[in-house]
Design a binder for this molecule. Structure first.
Ligand code: KE4
Length: 434
């Protein structure tokens, strides 16, 4: 929207004077797609309104947390009530127990859970715990997977299997990432070779089971089965980073989907965030009692946090989880996400635009590629120019998708069939331009 008094432009200029890049998280700056970020004034249900009062259908939902939509009345009431009782105590509360019990109820691979304030903190802590529990230093992660910005995880592939990772960020000393091996997602040969070379030194293998940081790439069942078998064989821990997929792709998270395909499948540790906080700063990591009891104060692995288990955040998360545990929730959400994906596919096909898409529960992804990519290198063959045209074409039509082709999309319980229809119609108009 280009009006004489575009407040987004004014706010972005003002923000850029006092906050690096004008944002508190890089992806929000629209660097990948160009243009001016929309400054959100308020949000309700499936929508938010920007600084010009322009309404958008929101398919980011805070990058996953807002699975019920913005301002769900039940959650809002729980948060307001909790706030009246106090913002933060630095002391234990009953609601932390209730939230822990609710999380454990739906993720049977975990017997205990520790609450923290961000996905980065949860992933960093899970990594330290895996190293402390095994007494080993080396880890495997996969190209295209993002596990937050802890130093040891800001790593890109080394030149080969023998060499360990190189930092992806300035300020990360090479020695910090020398224990991190980066493999290609879904590459069985590399996986086997890496375990043969380093298996006995591996503390863990950390993976996004459905890689939402590559937009939407599933780990194949055979690949995931080998990850599990090799970790067991060599005594390394299988760490599922479900910060994005947790309580988003299914009530039992992504691991429940792999457990349907692989008999008795369980990761050793699980990292959670986003949905479990309902939009407030809350994340978690958990696993079997035998591993989790190695955490301070019961064990030698230190981990702590002033605002961990914050009483207002736990109220928000608990109310959210209670709502999504209702039996009718998942069939309705899954059907709506599928309707969006099928509509986009049909519109792209009609316009002759190469397009592939996938979804699970309330999470979806699409690519301007004829087939779904299976790894990061394939994802990055997408035409970013065309994606940017699609992004801005949708934005101009009041549809807000992720401002980067490697990011996933999210549907909430508040998105209506009319919203889906509007989105598909808008996409059809833009596909015609491509
Ligand atoms: P946070 O520290 O941002 O709460 O969580 C880090 C994280 C860990 N693991 C996975 C699988 C994640 O997707 C994330 C964060 N996701 C990004 C979206 N790609 C958050 C958006 C942002 O960085 O602003």
């Amino acid at each position: 929207m280009n009006t004489m008094t575009d407040r987004n432009i004014d706010l972005f200029e003002r923000a850029s004077q006092v906050i690096p890049g004008g944002v508190n998280s890089p992806v929000r700056a629209f660097r990948a797609v160009g243009g001016t970020p929309r400054f959100v004034q308020r949000a309700q249900g499936a929508y938010f309104w920007d600084a010009n009062g322009q309404r958008y259908i929101d398919y980011i939902g805070s990058w996953g947390p807002m699975i019920l939509g913005h301002g769900n009345p039940v959650v809002l009431e729980a948060v307001q009530k909790a706030a009246l009782d106090g913002f933060s105590f630095g002391a234990p509360t009953e609601r932390e127990i209730e939230l822990a019990e609710e999380i454990l109820k739906h993720v049977p691979s975990m017997e205990m859970v520790r609450l923290v304030s961000s996905g980065t903190e949860a992933g960093m802590s899970a990594l330290r715990l895996a190293r402390g529990a095994t007494g080993r230093s080396k880890i495997i992660k996969f190209e295209g997977c993002y596990h937050g910005h802890a130093d040891a995880l800001l790593v890109k592939a080394g030149s080969g299997l023998a060499t360990f990772g190189n930092p992806t960020s300035a300020g990360v000393p090479a020695e910090v990432v020398q224990h991190t091996l980066v493999l290609e997602y879904n590459n069985l040969e590399q996986l086997e070779a890496a375990f043969q070379l380093h298996g006995k030194e591996l503390a863990c293998l950390m993976i996004e089971p459905i890689a939402g940081n590559m937009n939407f790439v599933r780990a194949s069942v055979p690949f995931m089965q080998r990850c599990r078998e090799l970790c067991t064989q060599y005594g390394a821990l299988l760490v599922f980073d479900e910060v994005m997929t947790g309580f988003r792709v299914a009530l039992g998270s992504a691991q429940s989907i792999y457990a349907q395909a692989i008999q008795g499948f369980k990761p050793d540790l699980t990292v959670l965030g986003k949905v479990i906080g309902g939009g407030m700063p809350l994340a978690a990591f958990g696993g079997p009692r035998e591993i989790m009891s190695k955490l301070a104060p019961t064990g030698p692995v230190y981990q702590a946090g002033t605002l961990s288990g914050n009483p207002v955040a736990t109220a928000c998360g608990l109310a959210t989880l209670k709502e999504i545990a209702k039996p009718e929730f998942w069939p309705a959400l899954s059907a709506r996400t599928l309707r969006l994906v099928d509509g986009l596919k049909a519109a792209a096909h009609k316009a002759g635009v190469p397009f592939s898409a996938d979804c699970q529960g309330g999470m979806f992804g699409f690519f301007l590629l004829p087939e779904l990519p299976q790894n990061y290198a394939k994802v990055m063959t997408s035409d970013s120019g065309k994606f940017n045209t699609l992004f801005h074409g949708l934005l101009d039509r009041g549809v807000y998708i992720a401002p980067a082709l490697y990011e996933a999309g999210f549907v909430s319980a508040a998105h209506t069939d009319a919203d889906i229809a509007h989105t598909v119609a808008a996409a059809a108009e833009v596909f015609a331009q491509l």
